[in-house]
Design a protein around this ligand. Structure first.
Ligand code: FES
Length: 160
């Protein structure tokens, strides 16, 4: 095990120490682990199993129920296409189709080069700017199929 992995696993004990009961606080514990490590690695889940009375199966059962948890390392950039009502009526579907086609992935997937994650969101809270796409939390307003291509290229999408 690398020094970094050991260091990461030691953070899990620190996180558990913050909560009186690991079973009753499993979701906030998993949120903290994800904040610290970027995702819920298999190593992290096995460490949680070792340090608590909760089996890895149960932990996976809870974590996979919630879309907020991820089980692979985050890519360099996260693209979130808003599909809320305001964005939907102004063409979010075409924007999403363009992003899918450019990146060659579906929502919930990552590009093989580890450059982009693609997510769908229900509302980014800035409906007046619809349709919107956020990249790494930065909101890009008034998107259409052409504009999103130029946004993605700024983040390193080289496809012509
Ligand atoms: S519906 Fe897209 S920002 Fe609200």
């Amino acid at each position: 095990m690398s020094a970094k992995s050991k260091q990461n696993l030691s953070k899990i004990a620190d996180i558990l120490a913050r909560y009186p009961s690991s079973r009753g606080s499993l979701i906030p514990i998993l949120q903290d682990v994800q904040t610290e490590l970027g995702y819920l690695s298999e190593e992290a889940i096995l460490e949680l199993e070792r340090l608590t009375e909760i089996s890895a199966n149960e932990i996976y059962g809870v974590a996979t129920f919630y879309t907020q948890f991820r089980f692979r390392p985050p890519s360099e950039h996260t693209v979130c296409v808003c599909e809320g009502t305001a964005c939907h009526v102004r063409g979010a579907k075409q924007v999403l189709e363009e992003v899918k086609s450019r990146l060659g992935i579906e929502p919930g997937q990552s590009t093989e080069d580890g450059k982009f994650d693609l997510e769908r969101v229900a509302c980014l809270g800035c409906c007046a700017l619809a349709p919107v796409v956020s990249v790494d939390g930065k909101v890009h307003a008034g998107m259409n199929a052409k504009k999103i291509v130029s946004v993605l290229s700024k983040y390193g999408d080289k496809k012509k």
